[in-house]
Design a protein around this ligand. Structure first.
Ligand code: DAH
Length: 347
């Protein structure tokens, strides 16, 4: 009985081979008909799968040899169908070209474009890479320790209110800034370090023309034995002149961030009115674009760096803000609603 099953299956394999050969002769030169042949033989409920199912009933001694024959048949069929398909798809492409009137205008092919946020990030990366910064990425879901505590923002510190936080669970948050990644990198690597961190951040804010529940930042960190505030200013001025143009001026105002001391905010001369005063700069002639400062020794202590030996500067800026200024976009929500009429303008 068992012996007969193996013979029966071998006979069937031969039969199917013949059947397939005659099927391929009658198949028409269209992708659809070849595909239906493919389903008939190689589909999940196709002939070959059926034969493989029968293989289970063949005695174990014969199974391996019959299985090999079956695999061989499957390969043959796959090869033939493959070559039929590649032949048809080649002729499919050629045909319309031959039949087309060459005097007609060509087909309009719509080209995709980079999202303005991606474009801006690429530009920021290009500028900082040119002066020796590498690029690193960090987690968007993080623990409170990396997003707050290690950045000198202990629990219940009022400065935490500066950033409305989305909690994932008790100690886990959606990062409110890319500064979290400063800590991750410093925990893993020894100074000197010089890198930027582009990425998404999240804040539980009311959505408006100016704020959205998620946006992008680029963070920067430089740590070495001798780092001065003058170097920080020089680096950021180099950046804004490259990004906005040579005629842009910068100024630094004292500010506060828990992870830097001293801290500053940087303004650029208004790129719309050139400092004369307009509605975008609220008649001040200046536009605020980033926060920065010298790394607070308390942060170095958290990551186990000797704060006497190592100095550093850090900065963080909003990508949407840069893009809105550069491309004159007046509503931050446009970046997130995927309206192709908006996106097509960046082709
Ligand atoms: N993390 C700050 C924010 O999200 C931005 C920032 C300010 C980053 C100063 C820095 C810095 O590294 O030094 O508002």
């Amino acid at each position: 009985m068992v012996f007969r099953l193996a013979v029966t299956l071998t006979n069937k394999i031969t039969e199917i081979r013949t059947l397939f050969q005659s099927d391929t002769k009658s198949v028409s030169d269209s992708i659809d008909s070849i595909n239906s042949l493919k389903t008939k033989y190689l589909g999940r409920k196709g002939i070959i799968s059926g034969l493989f199912r029968q293989l289970r009933d063949v005695a174990s001694g014969d199974r391996s040899i019959t299985g090999k024959e079956l695999n061989k048949l499957k390969e043959e069929i796959t090869d033939v169908l493959q070559s039929l398909l590649s032949h048809v798809s080649r002729t499919d492409i050629q045909q319309p070209q031959i039949s087309k009137d060459i005097h007609l205008p060509g087909d309009y092919i719509r080209v995709g474009s980079l999202h303005p946020i991606e474009k801006t990030i690429q530009e920021v990366k290009r500028i900082f890479s040119s002066i020796g910064f590498s690029v690193v990425y960090g987690p968007e879901i993080d623990d409170e320790y990396h997003n707050f505590e290690a950045l000198n923002l202990p629990k219940h510190h009022p400065a935490r209110d500066m950033q409305d936080t989305f909690y994932v669970s008790k100690d886990v948050v959606l990062r409110t800034h890319t500064s979290n990644t400063q800590i991750h990198v410093m925990e893993e690597q020894e100074p000197p370090l010089r890198f930027i961190i582009p990425g998404r951040v999240y804040r539980n804010e009311a959505i408006s023309v100016r704020s959205y529940c998620l946006f992008h930042q680029v963070e920067g960190l430089y740590v070495n034995e001798h780092v001065s505030f003058a170097e920080l200013k020089g680096t950021l001025e180099y950046f804004v002149r490259n990004f906005f143009g040579d005629d842009v001026n910068a100024r630094f105002r004292p500010s506060f961030f828990p992870f830097t001391e001293p801290s500053a905010e940087m303004d650029i001369s208004c790129i719309f009115c050139r400092g004369g005063g307009c509605s975008t700069c609220k008649k001040t002639g200046w536009l605020e674009i980033l926060g920065c400062g010298m790394v607070d020794p308390a942060v170095f202590e958290k990551v186990g760096y000797d704060p006497i030996k190592w100095k550093g500067y850090a900065f963080g800026m909003g990508i949407e803000r840069l893009a809105m200024l550069k491309y004159r976009i007046d509503d931050i929500r446009l970046f997130f609603n995927g309206d192709v009429r908006f996106l097509r303008q960046f082709t």
